[in-house]
Design a protein around this ligand. Structure first.
Ligand code: BES
Ligand code: ZN
Length: 606
């Protein structure tokens, strides 16, 4: 591949919003293009090679500052001449890492950092063959959001800084590599892969996965990557993906990234999904066999607009990514599966939100939509509030101004800010100008500042009704007042109804009751990870030891933090549970990615 981006990467000056989670001096010298050339060493768990940073020197600065974390920097050179550059690595902050400050000349166009990653690089998870579905080949994946990209690429790692990129990745023969870029659909024997991403993205969307997986198309612009033992299950599970993409475009405008694929990762993937552009990274725990957990794919797809096309300027504006996306996800699901389905999902989300607010405290600043993460690990402040309170605000706008008006507003929002960033405050201005206009009485009712800058759930939050959930409540009532589980009317229950059913059960259950429920509904045997998780929470909270083998297996096999965290939290509440938690964690910790490890370390060391 030849370097097509040589010298002139000059752009109109963009206003750079100060980001408390990046060392970058982007107002002075800012990256415009990245060229990576990396070797993937499974034996030493290291990526080594070089990163060329093509930048714009806005103020004729004498230095450019990049973010790094635990990187071994060998040398830095300037331009094609390869002149050695002086550089310093700053003080090591526990979560920001180190500033890499490089001396540049006024006419320097690009610099090249020769480096390697640490075997403990926070973004990377290196899996042994046993930790994969096929058990034969190793696997590597990255998780860069929120500020972990800097642990595998020296880069200006702020959501407000966008750049195009290209990469050459060298992997052991027989393995395939994919990135958040234009991807290969077939293996090549030498293990040399080239990538281009011609649309500019922020660093948290840099992504790489390497393993023995294959590609199957769903239609001409969507497809699935998975290990060969999983691929047909995955293709079946995601069969509606082309329709989801059509629905999304009908709502909020053309898909900007050409291709949309999903890669199914090994079960240690710490999240449900990650919206890496052109290729969503997904947990295998959504492969339920009945397509009942695919809202997660609609969610990651929706990020192709909210998040990837229009990006939160800093992590304090995280709700601009997630709240809009949850709303958008729900609209996609509604257009494919109807309002009943979408309303059930929303109600489940609202229940989660209420729990989260109760846990954090109704007055907690972490329940604001606009966050104050300065000086903290952004990961600590990212919870359901951004997702569900954010969703409810957009839903309130829908109910107040009407769907038609809101949709026009959002379509324009995505068009006007495409490939750019947005702060909460810019959004408030835009909302007042383009949606409220002269309808000031409506905004008086909404009081957007209260939603964004005040804690808890405002009293004007939309109320959602679901007839199907009312029926579930009636069945749980019957059971509470003595009707046998086998006599309840649950025949046509979908996953959402089961989740509601489990959510409505009393906190405290006798072992006799748990046994009856499990013998009737076989919760502990289900292949549906969401239902099993909800069941295991009951199991732990009531110390129902009969299901501890299933609990242990679940925690060892799966590294998805959303499941693992609440189960460990519940376990450590009793001394005996804590002992069991430690016993499990000894075995399970090596299967977890850094972000899950950090969370569980915190719970067990309290
Ligand atoms: N972008 C997030 C995942 C994320 C958030 C990673 C913050 C790191 C920091 C992704 O889109 C997401 O929200 N995933 C959810 C699924 C969704 C259906 C709510 C998850 O992983 O559970
Ligand atoms: Zn999301």
């Amino acid at each position: 591949m030849k370097d097509t981006h040589k010298d002139e990467i000059i752009e109109s000056n963009q206003i750079y919003i100060h980001d408390p989670h990046s060392y970058a001096n982007a107002a002075d010298a800012v990256i415009r293009h990245l060229a990576l050339d990396l070797n993937v060493h499974f034996d030493t768990k290291i990526l080594s090679g070089k990163a060329s940073i093509y930048f714009e020197n806005i103020t004729s600065a004498k230095k450019i500052i990049l973010d790094t974390r635990d990187l071994r920097i060998e040398r830095v050179t300037l331009d094609s001449a390869g002149t050695k550059a002086d550089f310093t690595l700053g003080k090591n902050d526990p979560f920001l890492g180190q500033a890499l400050t490089i001396d540049i000349e006024p006419d320097t166009k690009f610099l090249t950092v020769y480096y390697s990653t640490s075997p403990d690089a926070q973004a990377l998870q290196w899996l042994s063959p046993e930790q994969t579905a096929g058990k034969k080949s190793p696997f590597l994946f990255t998780q860069s959001q929120a500020i972990l990209a800097r642990s595998w690429v020296p880069v200006q790692d702020s959501p407000g800084i966008r750049f195009t990129y290209e990469a050459r990745i060298h992997v052991p023969p027989g393995l395939m590599a994919v990135m958040s870029a234009k991807n290969p659909q077939e293996k090549n024997q030498e293990g040399n892969y080239s990538f281009r991403m011609d649309q500019k993205i922020p660093a948290y969307l840099l992504a790489l996965a390497v393993g023995d997986f294959t590609f199957m198309p769903l239609d001409k612009r969507t497809g699935v990557y998975a290990e060969s033992v999983t691929i047909s299950k995955a293709v079946n599970e995601f069969a509606d993906l082309p329709k989801m993409l059509d629905a999304a475009e009908n709502l909020y405008g053309p898909y900007a990234w050409e291709q949309y694929d999903v890669i199914v990762l090994p079960p240690s993937f710490p999240f449900g999904g990650m919206e890496n552009p052109r290729i969503t990274f997904a947990t295998p725990t959504i492969l339920a066999g009945d397509r009942s957990l695919t809202a997660l794919i609609a969610h990651e797809l929706a990020h192709s607009w909210s998040g990837n096309l229009v990006t939160n300027a800093t992590w304090n504006d995280f709700w601009m990514n997630e709240g809009f996306t949850v709303y958008f996800e729900s609209r996609i699901m509604e257009s494919l599966y109807g309002k009943d389905f979408a309303d059930m999902q929303t109600l489940l989300g609202v229940e989660d939100l209420k729990e989260t607010i109760a846990e954090l405290g109704e007055k907690s600043e972490d329940t604001h939509l606009k966050l104050k993460l300065d000086g903290r690990d952004p990961d600590d402040g990212m919870n359901d509030v951004a997702y569900e309170k954010g969703r409810l605000l957009i839903l309130l706008l829908e109910q107040t101004f009407g769907r038609e008006k809101l949709d026009i507003f959002l379509r324009n929002h995505f068009k006007n800010h495409a490939f750019g960033t947005i702060t909460t405050e810019q959004f408030i201005d835009e909302y007042k100008r383009d949606l409220v206009g002269t309808d000031t009485a409506k905004e008086k009712f909404i009081n957007i500042e209260q939603w964004i800058y005040a804690p808890g759930l405002p009293s004007n939050a939309p109320q959602i009704k679901s007839v199907r959930f009312e029926n579930v409540a009636a069945q749980v009532e019957k059971w509470n007042s003595g009707t046998k589980a086998s006599r309840l009317q649950t025949k046509d229950y979908t996953t959402n109804e089961w989740l509601r059913f489990l959510g409505l059960l009393p906190q405290k259950l006798t072992h006799q009751q748990i046994k009856e429920l499990d013998e009737t509904f076989h919760f502990s045997q289900t292949g549906n990870s969401e239902i099993l998780f909800a069941w295991l929470e009951k199991v732990v909270n009531n110390e129902y030891k009969e299901n501890y083998p299933q609990l242990k297996k679940f925690l060892i096999d799966i590294g998805r933090r959303k499941f693992v965290k609440p189960l460990f939290t519940a376990l450590v509440k009793t001394p005996e549970g804590k002992r069991f938690a430690k016993e499990i964690y000894k075995e399970s910790r090596p299967n977890y990615h850094y972000v899950t490890q950090t969370t569980i370390d915190g719970i067990l060391n309290k």
